[in-house]
Design a protein around this ligand. Sequence first.
Ligand SMILES: *[C@@H]1O[C@H](CO)[C@@H](O)[C@H](O)[C@H]1NC(C)=O
Ligand SMILES: *[C@@H]1O[C@H](CO)[C@@H](O)[C@H](O)[C@H]1NC(C)=O
Ligand SMILES: *[C@@H]1O[C@H](CO)[C@@H](O)[C@H](O)[C@H]1NC(C)=O
Ligand SMILES: *[C@@H]1O[C@H](CO)[C@@H](O)[C@H](O)[C@H]1NC(C)=O
Ligand SMILES: *[C@@H]1O[C@H](CO)[C@@H](O)[C@H](O)[C@H]1NC(C)=O
Ligand SMILES: *[C@@H]1O[C@H](CO)[C@@H](O)[C@H](O)[C@H]1NC(C)=O
Ligand SMILES: *[C@@H]1O[C@H](CO)[C@@H](O)[C@H](O)[C@H]1NC(C)=O
Length: 742
Amino acid sequence: MAESLTKLAFLCCLCLSTQLFSQASDSIVPNQSLPDGKFIVSSNGTFEMGFFSPDGSKNSFFGIWYKIISTGTVVWVANRDSPLNDTSGALTLTQDGNLIVLNTANGNVFWSSRGNYTSNIQNPVAQLLESGNLVIRVANDENPENYLWQSFDHPSDTALPGMKIGKNLVTGLDRVLRSWKNSDDPSPGNYYFLLDSHGFPQLFLMGSGSVERSRYGPWNGETFSGTSVPKKDSIYTLEFVFNREEIYYTSYPVGPSIFIRMVSNHTGYLQRFSWDHRTQAWKPLLTRPADDCDKYGICYGYGICDINSSPICSCLDKFKPQNEEDSYGGCVRRTPLNCKNDGFIKYSGVKLPDTRNSSYNQSMNLEECEKMCMQICSCVAYANMDIRGKGSGCLLWFEDLMDIRNLGESGQDIYVRMASSELGSSGSSQKIGSSGRKAKIIRVCLTLLAAILLLGLILTLYKWNKQQKRRKEGTKRQQELTREGTLGGNSRQTHRVESNMEDLELPLFDLATILNATNYFSPQNKIGEGGFGPVYKGTLQGQEIAVKRLSEYSTQGLNEFKNEVILFAKLQHRNLVRLLGCCIDGEEKMLIYEFMPNNSLETFIFDENQSKLLDWPCRFRIINGIARGLLYLHQDSRLRIIHRDLKASNILLDEGMNPKISDFGMARSFGGNETEANTRRVVGTFGYMSPEYAVDGNFSVKSDVFSFGVLVLEIISGTRNRGFFHPDHHHNLIGHACMDTA
Ligand SMILES: *[C@@H]1O[C@H](CO)[C@@H](O)[C@H](O)[C@H]1NC(C)=O
Ligand SMILES: *[C@@H]1O[C@H](CO)[C@@H](O)[C@H](O)[C@H]1NC(C)=O
Ligand SMILES: *[C@@H]1O[C@H](CO)[C@@H](O)[C@H](O)[C@H]1NC(C)=O
Ligand SMILES: *[C@@H]1O[C@H](CO)[C@@H](O)[C@H](O)[C@H]1NC(C)=O
Ligand SMILES: *[C@@H]1O[C@H](CO)[C@@H](O)[C@H](O)[C@H]1NC(C)=O
Ligand SMILES: *[C@@H]1O[C@H](CO)[C@@H](O)[C@H](O)[C@H]1NC(C)=O
Ligand SMILES: *[C@@H]1O[C@H](CO)[C@@H](O)[C@H](O)[C@H]1NC(C)=O
């Protein structure tokens, strides 16, 4: 009896100890071995490791899989390319801290962790952590930094939370997810997912023959370009670390009972799953490539893929198909680059192109980035590295732009180098210009000026002679503007006709200067929207300026623009806004004026509060000033100018509330004796147009005077002529005034 009891106790002890060994402990120490058929479970039971045979396979592999939620989801395999063909395998930790898978029958080693550490370590231990990471460490040192080896550094096809995909730049360690060959064969398959650190790092899913299959764009501070930003309620977060020591990407679930994993599967897809506790199944969160546009370079160089159009591939704006025939084979520039005279066009809402040959600088801003790209002839595009906030960092491309995709709202901006002749005619794109085109702009402006001069000059030669003495006032800038005005008498007129190009040179600014001055036409600098386009405030050489940017769609074409430039170049009066220069760059046309701090008369007289600031003496001064300006236009200038659009919003006020007439886009000049003309195109503003002009198209100084009269009534009454309402009658403001005087 006693003997049998002892025997029983002994058996129980034996039983208990194996139990303890195989289940309670998550570790293995030297000389212990884990044979086929026995398992080790992580402390809280999430993962389990041991030998397994995939369905349909007789081979045996050592691996790790989920225990708690789903049996059969293998996340790591040790001897993936050297299987055991029977059940005689075992895992052992050697005295020097090396994990090996061996055949116990013959002692053949099938796999070894081959950790890179010296052999004189004391008390190594191999432990399966709750994260699914199998680590080898020194028994009393749990610091992850000091792990001698870890399975997370040698992934199979699955990334678990906290596992880094990417490179350790110090040791050269590269963590790549490599698919299984088949569902029953964990040996390395055709597909792998890696972080490519060439140029600016990106993630690639590669296919057989190391061909790119799908690409995650460069990290932009929030996500990888081309992938959606994880939403606030997302169950996982992404982390991208990029420093001198390492570049990697990892993800974490947001809560403790959330399980996520990412797999590079053997049919060529990257899939992210989360465990659905309700259905007890893995739920796909993301698949790559998700659609045809996700396939790498499907539209070749300078092509753009749009999944919502058919065919999905097209050329980027300003590019044309490389093949003249039907077969699409990528795109080439319509106009070749010429280095010095190039500019940039912004393309919005795209997945940034392949950055493998890009260079980058984290501390540059977009302006410096543009300058840098401009300086290098081989630089074809630039973009912000980080889109957070106002954007920062600089990415530069030097090769054909590959793998661009149209993403709409969730895309990014890229600025592509373009021959100057291509700048401007693009639809929604914003042109960002460059320096070095001055010569061309001058040529354009001068040709333009010369043509008009020949006409205008002959007509006004005599009048001009008489009046030039008035025009001594002025600044250096004015002298520049009106250099011809200080030339002497008749003896020099012939000379002037010949050399008018030099004489009449209006200051020309290149686009880059204006972009700088207006902070790239930033919305904060916008001070108004005229009939012909927005007006921006800027600072040029310390002087405040207003830049009227003629919108491409405005009806003010090149003709009106020329008109305004030519007329203005000849006009100088204290009650006319001063034109400081112009800028022509492709389709982009701009007029640079002195800045008027008090905006327009319209903002004062029709505003209840603002109008209180205008006392009667001030209103009188304004009326007087407008009258002087108009008199100058009509009688005292070399040309007789009909403004044709005199209205409150075209009267600007300087800091001393002095009125200045602006906007000469519709003005017409007459020869000395002409007083009237007719037009089929009646332009102007209702409420200010004289009846004979509005109805018959007759205009003369009188139609301007009519507008002036309306303006005076408006200044006095503080109400608009148009839209005037009186309870007693139906007349407009003019009618009302007539009634009162009657
Ligand atoms: C493991 O076995 C070796 C020889 O087989 C022995 O020298 C060593 O002391 C053993 N270690 C432990 C911890 O039992
Ligand atoms: C294991 O479970 C315990 C109790 O639920 C918990 O406090 C602990 O954080 C868990 N450990 C890990 C590594 O998840
Ligand atoms: C298992 O593989 C060994 C060689 O590694 C071979 O000699 C043996 O015949 C194989 N056994 C079976 C059952 O295939
Ligand atoms: C392994 O260690 C040796 C010696 O310390 C070192 O020269 C070698 O670069 C290491 N290899 C790796 C892959 O870390
Ligand atoms: C791989 O992923 C794709 C896309 O999610 C899926 O259609 C396919 O069935 C997966 N292959 C395997 C073997 O799971
Ligand atoms: C990057 O440059 C290398 C060498 O010049 C070239 O072979 C490769 O095609 C380029 N890659 C891309 C994506 O442009
Ligand atoms: C990045 O740009 C800044 C500012 O232009 C410059 O000082 C720095 O040297 C650049 N860094 C590199 C690595 O080129």
